[in-house]
Design a protein around this ligand. Structure first.
Ligand SMILES: Cc1cc2nc3c(=O)[nH]c(=O)nc-3n(C[C@H](O)[C@H](O)[C@H](O)COP(=O)(O)O)c2cc1C
Length: 359
């Protein structure tokens, strides 16, 4: 076997194990009395704190505009550690009603800052996630992304999403309906107006009966603009708070740049063209949601201050990072927040909210 295929094999075999080690490390460190100091030491500085980073999205107050996107902490057991890395909070999940193993391994590959994953909703299920969250202090914002078990038929999807919202209501500041993952067969069909409306209505019923918590729908750059327009109509018509964009892309041409052509799964991370599409999509979303009150959270190819600022200027009120956490070895939230403060200074702006939609 030559060096190139050995390297590819190493990445194939080790990607998910490395990720699990990182999760375990954060989980354990955050519980240790000196853990936060150790994290600060390892990252070469403290969490970046400033009132100039404070922002609002969907009625929630964030200490800074950088959240961990869904998929990094599916179990809900690393939220304290992720907060210590400098994030304003974590979107846990996607969480399913029943435990589910997901697709067979290997199912996660990294190369040059990009990732291809076909995890297929591996989830310990909502009861385990509730147990884990009980054991966390949960500083900052906690989102819960909701998914559907593979064997749950589409006509049961509204019930399944509502059940997770019901079980985890007390833990979450906000919820997300995620029917834009490419790794559960047929899931993206649930973004069509009929099925999406049924899911939104079922989840809203639960949220409204228990109080009031923001609800987001997650979309993908793979969605045609006409279809995005339909999603927006459903959201506006049924009291959804906002949209999170983008989930991973299944564009095979982009995958081919990493030797992943023809492989099932979604591409994410430091891919120039994915970043360009996600920025453009955010500008489209900003235009299409004008006057509706719908909020916007940007995710996809954000891995440093420049890419975060671009997305905020395109109209996102907050951003999320997933793949960039690994690429930056955990430093990404600090780098983004420090970079935003520097940017505000350079441009004579007071608060991160002044960036909104500047582009
Ligand atoms: C390993 C992995 C697992 C993911 N799992 C989920 C998930 O369960 N639910 C979800 O909404 N998005 C999931 N995503 C998508 C991310 O939340 C995000 O939308 C996408 O990766 C683009 O952001 P990034 O470029 O910062 O990674 C996952 C991404 C990765 C890399």
């Amino acid at each position: 076997m030559d060096t190139e295929s050995l390297r590819a094999r190493w990445e194939t075999l080790e990607s998910e194990q490395l990720k699990e080690l990182a999760e375990l490390g954060l989980h354990t460190l955050a519980k240790h009395p000196l853990g936060h100091h150790l994290i600060d030491f390892a990252l070469g500085g403290e969490r970046v704190e400033s009132t100039r980073l404070h922002t609002q999205v969907g009625g929630m107050s964030l200490e800074n505009p950088v959240l961990v996107g869904a998929g990094w902490d599916k179990k809900g057991w690393a939220v304290d550690g992720l907060y210590a890395l400098g994030f304003a909070g974590t979107e846990v999940g996607s969480v399913l009603v029943h435990p589910q193993g997901g697709n067979p391994r290997p199912r996660l590959w990294y190369s040059r800052g990009a990732a291809l994953n076909r995890m297929g909703f591996n989830s310990q299920g909502m009861e385990a996630v509730a147990r884990h969250l009980d054991a966390e202090e949960r500083p900052g914002i906690l989102g819960v992304s909701i998914g559907k078990n593979r064997l749950t038929p589409d006509n049961q999807a509204p019930w399944a999403h509502a059940a997770v919202a019901d079980r985890l209501y007390d833990y979450a500041h906000y919820f997300v309906i995620n029917v834009s993952s490419p790794n559960t067969p047929g899931l993206r069909n649930l973004l069509n107006p009929g099925p999406l409306t049924d899911i939104v209505v079922a989840v809203k019923d639960v949220l409204d009966s228990k109080g009031q918590k923001p609800l987001f729908v997650k979309t993908t750059v793979d969605l045609a603009l006409e279809d995005l327009d339909d999603v927006i109509k459903v959201c506006v018509g049924h009291g959804v708070t906002g949209i999170i964009d983008s989930n991973t892309t299944i564009d095979d041409e982009l995958k081919s740049r990493y030797g992943w052509e023809g492989l099932a799964g979604g591409l994410s991370g430091d891919v120039g063209e994915f970043r360009r599409r996600a920025n453009e999509r955010m500008r489209d979303l900003t235009r299409m949601t004008r006057g509706t009150g719908l909020q916007r959270i940007g995710v996809g190819a954000i891995n440093n201050a420049a890419s975060a600022i671009e997305r905020l200027r395109a109209g996102a009120q907050a951003v999320q990072v997933v793949t960039g956490i690994r690429q930056s070895k955990g430093r990404v939230a600090r780098e983004i927040n420090q970079g935003i403060l520097d940017y505000l200074d350079r441009h004579g702006l007071e608060n991160v909210e002044d960036l909104a939609g500047l582009a």
